[in-house]
Every structure is written in C-alpha cells, then in structure tokens.
Design a binder for this molecule. Sequence first.
Ligand SMILES: Cc1cc2nc3c(=O)[nH]c(=O)nc-3n(C[C@H](O)[C@H](O)[C@H](O)COP(=O)(O)OP(=O)(O)OC[C@H]3O[C@@H](n4cnc5c(N)ncnc54)[C@H](O)[C@@H]3O)c2cc1C
Length: 442
Amino acid sequence: MKEVSRFPAPVGDLGWFNIANNREHRFANPEAIADSYDFVVVGAGFGGVNAASRLAENRPGASIALLDALRVGMGDSGRSAGLMIDVPHVTVGDPKMDLEHHKWRYRLNKIVIDRMRDIKSKNNLQVDWRESGKHLAARESSCLPSLDSLARFLDRMGSSSRMIEKADIPPVLGTDYYIRSLYTPGTILINPAEVVRGLAMSLPQNVQVFEQTPVLQVVEGPVPLVRLTNGKTIKAGKIILTISAFINNFGIKEAGRLYGVNSFGAFTRELTDDELAHFRGIEPWGATAAHPAGTTVRYTASKRIFVRNGFQFSPNQITSPERVHQARGKLRKAFVSRFPKLAHVNFEYVYGGMIPLSFNTQSLFGDVAQNVVAGTVGDGLGITRSSMLGLYLADMVCGIDSEELRYMSKTNTPSWCPPDPFRTLGATVRLAYDEYRAGGEI
Ligand SMILES: Cc1cc2nc3c(=O)[nH]c(=O)nc-3n(C[C@H](O)[C@H](O)[C@H](O)COP(=O)(O)OP(=O)(O)OC[C@H]3O[C@@H](n4cnc5c(N)ncnc54)[C@H](O)[C@@H]3O)c2cc1C
C-alpha cells in the first residue's frame, strides 16, 4: 500500500469538541507506543472505538493499539450532527435495498446503539446522550408524499412512528417553519465528540489509545506493519482501518468506489434567558430534512441551535477553510428562516467535515490486503453504520462467525464509480441539482 500524502485536519471551529466536557482528557503518550501489538486499529471515530472495544472483549489477553491522526472527537464522527439514527432516513439508494435489507439494517443499528448505551451505563460515562428520537421535518409540500411513504414503510418494518401536523409543531420544536413532521422515537441525540471520546476513555486496559499519531503507510504481509509519520514502525498481527473516506489515500483499489462529500455545521452561542423564552417547555430535539439535500437542525442540551447543510463533492478528501467560509451563508439562511426572532444571534462555531458515500449506499467492508481489513461507510447514517463496521471487522479478524457478520460480508459491496474527471463532474452536477430541488428544505 502506498504512502499517505493527505492527512485529516481540523477545519473551522469544531463546536462539539470545544463544548465536550472530556476534551481535556489525555490518552497514552505517543512516545510510549510499543514496537508490536496483536491488533492495530487506525482511525478512532465510531468505527475505530467500536472495533477496539470488541477486539478487547473477544481477546482479553491481546495487546491492542488505537491510533488517530487527530485528537479523538475531532474527526468526522465528532463533527457530525450527533443523530445516532436507528431507522432509514428515506427509502432511497440501491434499488436492491428492499424491506428485508432495511429490516436487517434496523436490527444492526439497534445492536450497536444498545451496545454503546451499555458501555455508557457500565462505565457511568457523563456524556450528552438523550433518548429523544428524531423528527423528519418537511417544509415543502412536494416532500409530503415521501413522509407518508416512509411512515408506511416503517410500519411494515415493525418500527413505530407518529405524524405531527403543522399546527402541533411549534409547541414541540419552537418554530412554525415546518408543515409536517414524521417523529420516530429510537434515535439518540448526542454530543458526538463527547460520546466518541467517552467510549475511547472507557476501553479496557489492554487497549492503548494514541491521539495525534498520523499513520504514513500500512504495509501488508505475513506480519503487517504500520509506519508512523514520526519515523516509528509498529509490527501487528492484524490491522483494522477505520479511516473513513481517507482510505482513498492509502492505495487500496476498492476505495475508488467511495467518495467524500463535504458538509458543514454551525452552532449559535448559548441562548440567553430572554431568547430561551421562545423554547419554554420545549425539550432538546433533532430534525433531519424531508429532502436528502436539506438542513439538519438541533436545539441542543447546551441551549444552542445547531444547523448542518451543504453537500459539495470533495476531490482528494480535502475540506478546505475556503469552503467552510463559503458555507456560512447557507447555514445562516437556514437558521434565520427557521428562527427569525433569533436573527441577531451569532454563530460561535462553524466547521466542515466529510461524509463518505458510495453510489449504492453500501459500505466497504472486509479484507483489503494480507492481514489488513477496512470499513468505510457508504451512506449518511454514518454513526450507526461505522459502529457496526468496526464491531464486525473485529469479529472477522478474530474468526468469530455470526449471522450478522455473514450478512455484513454478503451485502457490503459498494458499486462501481466512474473515474475522474467524470466522477467529480457527475457528482458536482448531481449534488447541485439536488440542492436546487430541495428548495425550502435547505
Ligand atoms: C457535518 C456532518 C454531519 C453529519 N451528521 C451525521 C449524523 O447526524 N448522523 C450520522 O449518523 N452521521 C452523520 N455524519 C456522517 C458521520 O459523521 C460519518 O459517516 C461517521 O462518523 C464516520 O465514522 P468513521 O469512524 O468511519 O470515520 P471518522 O469519524 O471519520 O474516523 C476516521 C478517523 O481516521 C483518522 N485518520 C484518517 N487518516 C488517518 C491517518 N493517515 N492516520 C491516522 N488517523 C487517520 C481521522 O482523523 C478520523 O478521526 C455527518 C458527517 C458530517 C461531516
């Protein structure tokens, strides 16, 4: 595999990380990295922490290192909107994703959510984690049929949901922007940076976590190697790559089927008591948009409004400061149109990140080289999806078979993606068209 030439970097002000109560925690000193481990996991997002936790459970006597180029919680897991989603967003994607597949995904989503909830309880993690459910909220009447069809689909899946009509929305959300919302109860609202750090902090003793430890190269072979940018080389029994779309930089053929799309998030400052009067009696909530290109909104436990929008194709997995700057206008518009009475409230944090996607929404999962496996999400439900990739990659390298692992191996094949320049051109035009069609959903 080739040497990495592009590394992740914080872009903008990472709001979730900045307000995380565990941001000062220090993991192991990178100077103390050993020469060899039984398992090395590269990438400490939700994928990596779940992989490391399952490895430790499967092999309590094994030595395990979890490495990340950034501080844990600064990667895309910690830049997400923090909706840990259990149900399908909308029934789009691979036409082969029928009811049975969605039932499987729902089951797997619940497995990883239950597991993380369990780890949180057993370790008494003090993290922002709310069992609030989520709204799929529509502004445009053209989106109402998709809410209705999703409600019917969820019903057939055996998953509960409730439609909330226009007049009943303001007392729940504190805005009269939306005309209908489909509420589902199983989504968890989290501070994703605080939760992913918390999970990393509660890993068992046989896992060492090293932040700010960029990997330069992975060398496959009977004894695979991890070369670090600081010149050190680690021998491993097996290597798990949970590096999201950055996998494109590692010289893995299958990675060409995945591409990164930039998206952007913004937080207001904390609202004052006067401003909070608009939200009297309203609990923190989260809403995704009824159109896939629309704006995600949260009223957070920290008494801020969070908005996420923008989809821009990201050649070479780069999220540039210029793009974050340009994204402000659209984020601001989404905020002000939903909360005109708060139009004077400034954004304290604005940042950019990357969502890895594949054409058929399937993930990359499994062997990529001798003694090296990898998992990268292929759709927008990245928190639960990356968590399940990590979990079952750990089972795979430990030779632990299950019905779930067999399902994951059988179905996770991202479809072919045209090479550049067609890929960049096609994706850029498609994303721009989707945003145009989304109208007031943005
Ligand atoms: C703005 C935004 C909002 C989103 N909102 C949601 C949401 O609400 N719900 C949801 O489910 N999903 C959401 N997503 C998608 C979700 O965040 C991701 O799909 C998911 O977090 C991916 O997790 P991961 O563990 O696979 O990757 P990451 O969290 O990206 O972890 C990969 C890690 O690998 C590290 N890495 C990369 N290269 C190297 C290297 N060379 N050496 C060492 N380390 C390296 C990175 O630093 C990173 O920490 C959102 C994404 C964005 C950008």
